[in-house]
Design a protein around this ligand. Structure first.
Ligand code: CMC
Length: 428
């Protein structure tokens, strides 16, 4: 017999089924709440609201668990590759040899973009933030592939859109950087793996040979795996809600990129480095900044600390911290900003304010330090996050479409003026 939750209100009692997920998570199914009682729920920031049932990513914030399709993030980061993880997230299982070859070959052969896209790129001023450029270029795919405007077309067409997204995103990301630098763009090199090709498009200069450092390419591949999905976060929910109106997959992903941009979400990795540099420039006194973060009259927050769902530790941060040490060691980079980061982390972990609020370093606290060591400029950090998150967004969009989910449309508690008569207040 399944469990029931009861609500008493205004002399009436209402019953709601309690659902249980495969990891024993329980949820009160309130789908009939409004029809039965006339009530709605209010949950700012959706802190207690499940928006969907999903079989893609499992996350336990208290125990610090993150799994893609059942596989632990630690194992995937150590043993898998970003291409394999992308397939796993999107299609549900690890690919066989032939599935893997077909999938990665498809992605390799779709990296080139329509030459007219360069005209769009040329229209951006060179100080344009690469995230704005990236989301615009991704959305422009709706114009180059108008069939994608109807997401109800055949499975083959949807698969082709998925391949195009994964293939062209590194090209767009590198071109957004080239626009910033005022350099000519590089075209994709299909003889290279995903990350080496991206690094070449980013850093190769005309008339100079460029070979990506395998240490850098490997570290980048691991970072992309760590970012690949994170269940119903701000940008993923955006992708699902835009897609729920049956907008094109390209429009939905473009919206996700914009949602990721903000400093409370993916933009935190840029903010962390900017914060650490500001502390360094101010004499390196991390204690002073810890006090600022605790002061409720000061808007300053310790960027890279705290998480909506992780209240113990962020498992991705653990892996990234170790990777940061490895990569910096292998590349022989010594970064004073890393020393400030470690000092700040140690001080915060012992501080009662952070302990009481369960604020731990999140994935973005160390990712920026690795990106710096890999030679990625600061305002490209969130673009790197987007590159990693892409398979997750695609998998979530695909799941939402396949489950035929209804259009996302929350309710509200209205707090504005009551009905009033129109009386003009000006002479027009
Ligand atoms: N520094 C100082 N105080 C903080 C911080 C911080 N980084 N984060 C949360 N708090 C305090 C907050 O002031 C509040 O205190 P009080 O209870 O006294 O009012 C309490 O902790 C709870 O914070 P909240 O804002 O209600 O928590 P939230 O779940 O709404 O926000 C968060 C989560 C990630 C937006 C927030 O912790 C934050 O702003 N962190 C810094 C930005 C950041 O690093 N974001 C990246 C998240 S990881 C990448 C991703 O997946 O997007």
């Amino acid at each position: 017999m399944s469990e029931i939750a009861k609500l008493s209100f205004d002399g009436n009692e209402y019953e709601f089924p309690v659902l249980e997920g495969t990891e024993n998570e329980k949820a009160i199914d309130i789908a009939k709440l409004r029809a039965d009682s006339g009530l709605i729920t209010l949950d700012p920031g959706y802190k207690n609201t499940g928006a969907t049932k999903s079989a893609i990513t499992f996350l336990d914030g208290e125990l610090g668990i993150l799994r893609y399709r059942g596989y632990g993030i630690e194992e995937l980061a150590e043993k898998s590759s970003f291409m394999e993880v992308a397939y796993l997230l999107i299609y549900g299982d690890l690919p066989s040899q032939s599935q893997y070859e077909y999938f990665s070959n498809q992605i390799t052969t779709h990296t080139l973009v329509h030459e007219d896209i360069k005209k769009i790129l040329d229209g951006f001023p060179s100080n344009a933030h690469p995230m704005g450029v990236l989301s615009s270029l991704i959305c422009s795919l709706t114009a180059f592939y108008p069939n994608s405007l109807d997401p109800n077309r055949s499975k083959d067409e949807v698969d082709l859109s998925i391949v195009r997204l994964l293939a062209k995103m590194p090209t767009f990301a590198a071109w957004a950087f080239k626009n910033k630098m005022g350099h000519p763009v590089n075209y994709p090199d299909n003889s290279l793996d995903y990350c080496s090709n991206f690094l070449k498009m980013m850093f190769a200069l005309p008339a100079e040979r460029y070979d990506a450092d395998p240490v850098v390419a490997k570290a980048l591949d691991q970072l992309l795996i760590l970012h690949a999905d994170h269940e119903q976060n701000c940008s993923t929910s955006t992708v699902r809600i835009v897609g729920s109106s049956q907008a094109s997959i390209y429009a939905s992903i473009s919206a996700g990129i914009n949602a990721l941009w903000g400093p409370l979400h993916g933009g935190a990795n840029q903010s962390v480095i900017e914060m650490l540099e500001a502390i360094k420039a101010d004499g390196g006194d991390s204690k002073k900044y810890l006090e600022k973060a605790k002061d409720k009259n000061d808007p300053f927050r310790l960027m890279g600390f705290g998480h909506r769902v992780y209240k113990n530790f962020d498992p991705r941060a653990k892996i990234i911290k170790k990777a940061a040490d490895d990569v910096l060691g292998k590349l022989g980079v010594s970064d004073p900003v890393l020393d400030i980061a470690k000092e700040l982390e140690q001080a915060a972990l012992k501080d009662q304010y952070f302990v009481d609020r369960k604020l731990y370093p999140n994935v973005d606290f160390y990712s920026g330090i690795i990106y710096r060591a890999l030679g990625i400029p600061t305002d490209m950090f969130t673009v790197m996050f987007a590159l990693g998150r892409l398979p997750g967004w695609i998998a979530q969009w695909k799941e939402m479409r396949e489950n035929n989910e209804p259009i996302g449309r929350p309710r509200q508690v209205y707090t504005g003026a009551n009905e009033r008569d129109y009386v003009s207040m000006n002479k027009r």
